[in-house]
Design a protein around this ligand. Sequence first.
Ligand SMILES: [Zn+2]
Length: 395
Amino acid sequence: MRPAPGWLALFVCLLAALCASPAPLQEAALSEPCPYCEDDPRLLEAAGLVRHGAMPFGARDAAAVAAGAPRGSWWFLESAHFRVAFGLGACAVEAARMDEVERELTELRKLFPRVPKRARRLDAPLRLHLLVWRLEQRYARIQQAFGVRDADFPESRPLSGPFMGDGRFMGEKDKFEFAIFPTVAAHQAWSREFSGATVTDTLRWHFSPQHKLHASVPAADADLRTDLGLQTHLTHNLAHMMLCAYKHFSYDPPVWLDEGLALVFEKELHPEAITLEGQEGGIKSERPPPKFAARARVLAERDEGPRFARLLGLREVADFEGDDYVVCWALVTFLLQAHPEKAAAFIGGIKGQLDERGVPSGRDLPGLQRKLMQQLWGWNPAQLDAAWRAWYRTR
Ligand SMILES: [Zn+2]
């Protein structure tokens, strides 16, 4: 993009002054220049980013997210697939992660020369740039596991061809959004407005007129305020959001698959990371063990743990008990690693089921799962149970 000539800028300034209203003032308050990209459109574009500052959010906009907060306490960044509102301050880099973060900063520095080589502390705009850069990488990783690319998702549903939803963002019309709040109260004030519910933990929401997935995140607890803790939590939520969005969110996917995928992608970042949200970690389930892989091997050796015939019919995480978390994670790990193409076909078959009239339908998902498993692998649920346990016994 070429810079606008001076006379045009002057004309725009005059026009803006003539049309002065509260909206441009709010916008100015959102648009502190970023010390890393300096809001330079060429640098942003080269990095796959769109803008800082004012942008749509939920059913409203960035100004509404930051309402009531002191000036400069919020940062916003839009990328190819995301809009992120970031209300947290600086954080220290965990000593054990200094080298890893240094590698990331080195990569980011290639895009934005003002990014430091090494940092013990990350300030808010640098955290946000890192966070969005990582989210885009996780987006690509999850698309790869699902066996899809952006080009597979047309702008609108075509008259013929495979059903891929109704938009470019995994089947949704608009980008994925994260609003990250410093307090539970601010998260509740924001999320209550559209959900009607007052929740303490992260809330994921499908905005249906806009057709987009949104997460309101209260990063108030110590474990979510660290660089790694926030990253693993966002990845967990992103996996849920991308599975929901895939071929458009028309019905809830099977919970074992939904939770298993979220745990797999979260634990790829750190094997002991675990997100247990409000309705998750239900009454019946104890807190899962920190080392899932070790527990999965024990269950495989002893031929213990839940059976797939039961897991495939569970409707919500509140129904999880015993080793359900570990086995959902183990099943998805096994399918993605030992059978990546078939696993992608299975996920694609679960999402976007159509009825006789061509309308997305979530009817008889247990039956659909059994049918797909038979078609793809020739397995019934007991044969899947045997297959994953055999695979873990060799690891
Ligand atoms: Zn910036």
